[in-house]
Design a protein. Structure first.
Ligand code: 5GP
Length: 197
């Protein structure tokens, strides 16, 4: 059986990653979305264990000590981390795994697991990103500015990713990500290994 692959999706806060990923994951039981742990407070509508595992800083530090994270990073005043166990279990069972993580975490995962595919999602423009962040209404104007500054820093690493997708419409972004995933499964290094079993 072909083992699952891990696909990292990074992109600035507010770029619409969650909407794109929800559309990508809808009705696909061959895909596993890695649920991160975070010390950030839940936004309205976010459910513990579905969008994130919402934990406090002490518990987060304990998980670091116990080496339970594949990667973790600090982002605009909060910690975020990928629990290792579920990612490994899903890949062993043949499922592809989607990691929605920022650029520092992406670097950590890629250095530990170089076969991870990295996709950067960008907004159609900075003005549109600011509009999306503001209209979400979940952050103070100060936090919106911090997220915009962070977005521009992250953008400088985009050229190190394997793929670059512009989220102009959700349909286009999903179509391109599906195409990338399909192409990655057709790489000789993956396909020829199955043949020789
Ligand atoms: P948000 O607060 O908007 O949900 O997420 C902020 C940023 O943290 C996003 O760029 C998101 O991709 C990233 N993020 C979410 N979970 C993780 C994680 O487990 N590890 C890392 N490194 N970043 C994460």
């Amino acid at each position: 059986m072909e083992k699952g692959r891990a696909f990292i999706i990074s992109g600035p806060s507010g770029v619409g990653k969650s909407t794109v990923l929800n559309a990508l994951l809808a009705g696909r039981d061959d895909l596993y979305f890695s649920i991160s742990a975070t010390t950030r407070a839940p936004r309205e509508g976010e459910v513990d264990g579905v969008h994130y595992h919402f934990i406090d800083t002490d518990d987060f530090r304990a998980m670091i000590q116990e080496d339970k994270f594949l990667e973790y990073a600090e982002y605009v005043g909060n910690f975020y981390g990928t629990p290792k166990k579920y990612v490994d279990e899903a890949m062993e069972s043949g499922k592809d795994v989607i990691l929605d993580i920022e650029v520092q975490g992406a670097l950590q995962v890629h250095s530990k697991r170089p076969d991870t595919v990295r996709i950067f999602i960008a907004p159609p423009s900075w003005a549109e990103l600011e509009r999306r962040l503001t209209s979400r209404g979940t952050d103070t104007p100060e936090k919106v500015q911090q997220r915009l500054i962070r977005a521009k820093v992250e953008f400088q690493t985009a050229h190190t990713y394997d793929y670059f997708v512009i989220n102009d419409t959700v349909e286009n972004a999903v179509r391109e990500i599906n195409a990338i995933m399909l192409a990655e499964h057709c790489k000789p290094s993956v396909r020829m290994a199955i043949l020789s079993e």
